[in-house]
Design a protein around this ligand. Structure first.
Ligand SMILES: Nc1ncnc2c1ncn2[C@@H]1O[C@H](COP(=O)(O)OP(=O)(O)OP(=O)(O)O)[C@@H](O)[C@H]1O
Length: 426
């Protein structure tokens, strides 16, 4: 049997022989679970090494690539939508990128400066999040402590949809669950596209950059390890402006452009010359996701927040009195310039805190519990303690019921309403 060919097994499961630099790609069918086991050799999933003879389980909808530098034998059990071995992967390019970043980190160590700040950009579904995960995993595997900055408000992996955040990466991502989310720093945005409130998106980008710079001042190891910034797939018009804004705010040194020559050329034109901009091809394995699937993954992300991976947590449900909280929505609806009070710009409207009276219309909405102590604190750029979902509003008793990861009472008074909704049914 030639390498790279699959062997049918009689007792369920299929074995794949991979030669070096090959990748097994598979997608798990709806409502199915696929088990994977490395029988021989060494392999990794998006930069996280796999243990031999351990069974890894992947849930419905997962799209996985198992790559091997040396060659390996893999056993797959369960229903896959597709499973094939590819010999063409850009992994060598990604590894070389890691090696170049590592040299910059070593230089930063010698000169006691900051390590590389890398931003990954490109249209939707080109593997931006995957490249971020790879680079972070490779960095942490050589002893670095890089920071992951998540600016993708739609399909982010640091917290629930409608947020931006930062995470200090201290160990490689778990193959099944991703990076450990022990203490992420999360900010409320409230929608799944930056276009919903560009001003707020910029404020939060600047805030994350400021907090990261402060951390770098305090901890030299974090400074020298640098950061990897994931961005949204919106790269035209205002989307492009937001990329430029983020590059400036973080003072990025390297921009990796995935699969878009036009974007690459625009950035070469607009960025200062000290910013290295590299164009890299996307992996042929990256799967295009439909709007429906994106909605499904957003929903799963919220479910995972409350119920844990594999439903191992039991969230709390309790009543909150209207008088005990204040709910705000960031940004008032747009009004024509001519209707604005003298001296006010439409942007001021975008940062306005609009009080929300509890009513049936907020049922199923996600709310961020702000860590702000008083209203005088800057509610917009204060990070959040966590999230709740309103499951019922009782107008007569003036209470609403919430789903919360922690027992009552809510830790703070100020709640920020998100456009993201979650129905607690499955
Ligand atoms: N080499 C590969 N083989 C198979 N699947 C892959 C591969 N690389 C990435 N994927 C899968 O493709 C999907 C899209 O990848 P990813 O989320 O990294 O893209 P993205 O550009 O960040 O998307 P977005 O448009 O949401 O920003 C993910 O489900 C990921 O697991």
């Amino acid at each position: 049997m030639a390498e790279g060919e699959e062997i049918e097994h009689l007792q369920g499961g299929k074995e794949y022989n991979l030669s070096q630099d090959n990748e097994l790609r598979f997608e798990v069918e709806n409502n199915e679970i696929v088990q994977m086991e490395i029988k021989e050799g060494l392999a990794e999933v998006f930069g996280s090494e796999l243990m031999k003879n351990r069974i890894y389980k992947f849930a419905s909808g997962s799209k996985i690539a198992v790559f091997t530098w040396q060659g390996c034998k893999i056993l797959l059990r369960g229903k896959t939508e597709v499973a094939y071995v590819s010999k063409e992967t850009p992994m060598m390019v990604y590894l070389n990128t890691h090696a170049a970043l590592e040299q910059m980190r070593q230089q930063a160590e010698l000169e006691a400066t900051r390590g590389p700040k890398v931003m990954v950009v490109g249209p939707g579904d080109v593997g931006k999040s995957t490249v971020c995960r790879l680079l972070l995993n490779y960095a942490v595997r050589v002893g670095r402590r890089p920071t992951f900055i998540e600016l993708d408000v739609g399909q982010g992996s640091v917290s629930v949809p409608g947020t931006v955040g930062a995470l200090l990466v201290e160990r490689p991502a778990d193959v099944e669950q991703g990076f450990a989310l022990t203490a992420p720093l999360v900010y409320h945005f409230g929608a799944t596209s930056p276009g919903a409130n560009m001003k707020l998106y910029e404020i939060l980008t600047a805030k994350l950059a400021e907090v990261f710079a402060m951390r770098c001042k305090t901890y030299s190891r974090i400074a020298q390890s640098g950061c990897v910034i994931n961005t949204c797939g919106w790269i035209k018009g205002e989307g492009y402006q937001s990329l430029k804004y983020a590059a400036q705010a973080f003072e990025v040194d390297v921009i990796i452009v995935l699969d878009q020559e036009r974007l690459y050329n625009e950035l070469v034109r607009d960025m200062p010359s000290f910013v290295k901009i590299v164009l890299q091809s996307k992996s042929g394995g990256v799967v295009e996701r439909s709007q429906g699937f994106r909605r499904f993954t957003r929903d799963e992300k919220v479910r995972e927040y409350f119920y844990g991976f594999n439903c191992c947590y039991y969230p709390h449900s309790f009543e909150v009195k209207f008088v005990d909280v204040e709910i705000y929505k960031v940004g008032a609806p747009p009004v024509p310039n001519s209707c604005l009070p003298l001296g006010m710009t439409p942007e001021d409207n975008q940062t306005k805190l609009v009080p929300v009276n509890p009513g049936p219309e907020i049922v199923h909405h996600l709310l961020s519990v702000s860590l702000a102590d008083t209203k005088e604190d800057d509610l917009l750029s204060t990070n959040v303690a966590g999230f709740i979902v309103i499951t019922n509003v009782d107008m007569e008793r003036k209470t609403f019921t919430v789903l919360s990861p922690a027992p009552r009472p809510l830790p703070r008074r100020y709640l920020l309403l998100s456009d993201v909704r979650f129905m607690d049914i499955k």
